[in-house]
Design a protein around this ligand. Structure first.
Ligand code: SF4
Length: 389
């Protein structure tokens, strides 16, 4: 375990726990093991007392699958990300849990794509378990979170192991998504950004690029790495915060890395790697048309699907709201804008489920205590900072 991540005299936050199964913006998250022995300085788990701790197992693999299938937001096609409140590769106990879970999912024929996210070395026995699961019909994607950050920022991470994961997984036939987030001014140099993307593009199917999420409680710690955060109003309200150099770089990859897709929307990366079409109301929006560097073949698929899709009707929206426990919520359907506006505060997990059910953008009034409020799905906007390094 790494040392206490909090500054001298700083209080370690009380350890809090999340639901074992919940709908997040683009996937269902399943967290049968919670707590991470690492302590990346930007990690949202810091404020929840869940970094630099021993992971706790809260549900067996079999129970995890039962809870997933019983989730009110569950449908067979939704991607499911496992172990998002730990790093599944960090400790042998969690890796054994993962291997048993993959066995349980294949044994029960659970059809949902499986997403695993890591910054740690994926050992050979885990790669073998993943490839066996893929052979048995499970769709498994590994997100490698690689952003050119130092050991001072990603404390406890062995970056050489992380880099080596790319060819090791690719050679085994495991689909890789390069997860590039966050960027700090110190990692937003042309040399670092080019080296990161060159390496990822050689092995991964695509990149998802995102900025830094800044929660109010995390601001003092993050401002030690990026002082401009402390002098910029409302950084905690942004969808993500980006150094200008990183923002410009990730919007120019169609020219610098023309054969490597790069997405600003995770849902589009998943659609591309899974051979699916947009179900999040992204197609033909400015993000689709001008920000995502999406291959022509994928664009053709999304266009054809959008033409085939029956327009959403008021009764579809009403039925979806009722299904998710909000039968009385008033809403406006704007077919021209491809948007549903719900005039009631709803949790973001419900909005995300509605978005996928209807394959349409869903905007809702803010729910003040919603932990996922500052997400793009919920309507927050990116913030780009110009300051000097
Ligand atoms: S065409 Fe647009 S909506 Fe479809 S995957 Fe590409 S970027 Fe996303």
């Amino acid at each position: 375990m790494t040392s206490n991540p909090f500054p001298a005299g700083g209080q370690r936050p009380v350890r809090v726990w999340t639901a074992i199964v919940d709908q997040h913006a683009t996937w269902i998250a399943v967290n049968p093991v919670q707590g991470c022995p690492k302590s990346c300085r930007y990690c949202f788990l810091n404020e929840r007392g869940q970094t630099a701790v021993r992971p706790e197992t809260l549900a067996s693999p079999a129970r995890s699958v039962e809870l997933l299938l019983a989730c009110p937001h569950y449908t067979p096609e939704r991607p499911v990300a496992y172990y998002t409140w730990t790093d599944a590769m960090a400790l042998p106990t969690t890796r054994e849990h993962l291997k048993a879970l993959l066995g349980e999912l294949t044994r029960r024929g659970v059809p949902n794509p499986v997403v695993l996210i890591t910054k740690c070395r994926v050992p050979d026995d885990v790669i073998a378990a993943i490839t066996a699961a893929i052979r048995d019909g499970l769709r498994v994607l590994v997100y490698l979170s690689y952003s050119g950050l130092s050991g001072e920022v990603e404390r406890g991470i062995r970056h050489e192991d992380l880099r080596e994961n790319f060819p090791r997984l690719a050679d085994a036939g495991v689909p890789i998504v390069h997860y590039w987030r966050p960027a700090f001014p110190r990692s937003a140099t042309p040399e670092t950004m080019t080296a990161v993307l060159d390496w990822a593009a050689a092995h991964a199917r695509c990149t998802v690029a995102a900025g830094l999420k800044v929660e109010a409680a995390a601001l003092p710690g993050l401002a030690r790495l990026w002082p401009e955060l402390a002098t910029t109003p409302e950084v905690d309200k942004a969808e993500c915060v980006y150094p200008r150099a990183f923002w410009d770089f990730i919007h120019a990859t169609a020219a610098t890395h023309p054969t490597h897709p790069l997405f600003h929307t995770n849902s589009c990366a998943l659609a591309y790697v899974l051979g699916r079409t947009d179900r999040f109301g992204v197609f033909d929006t400015p993000v689709c048309a001008t920000r995502n560097h999406c291959p022509t073949g994928q664009r053709d698929l999304c266009r054809a699907a959008a033409r085939r899709r029956r327009p959403v009707r008021e009764q579809d929206v009403a039925a979806a709201l009722a299904r998710h426990g909000h039968p009385d919520a008033a809403f406006t359907l704007d077919p021209a804008a491809g948007e549903v506006i719900v005039r009631r505060a709803l949790p973001t997990n419900v909005a995300a489920a509605l978005t996928q059910d209807l394959a349409t953008r869903v905007r809702v009034q803010r729910q003040e205590d919603d932990p996922y409020w500052s997400s793009g799905t919920a309507g927050a906007l990116p913030l780009v900072l110009d300051g000097a390094r």
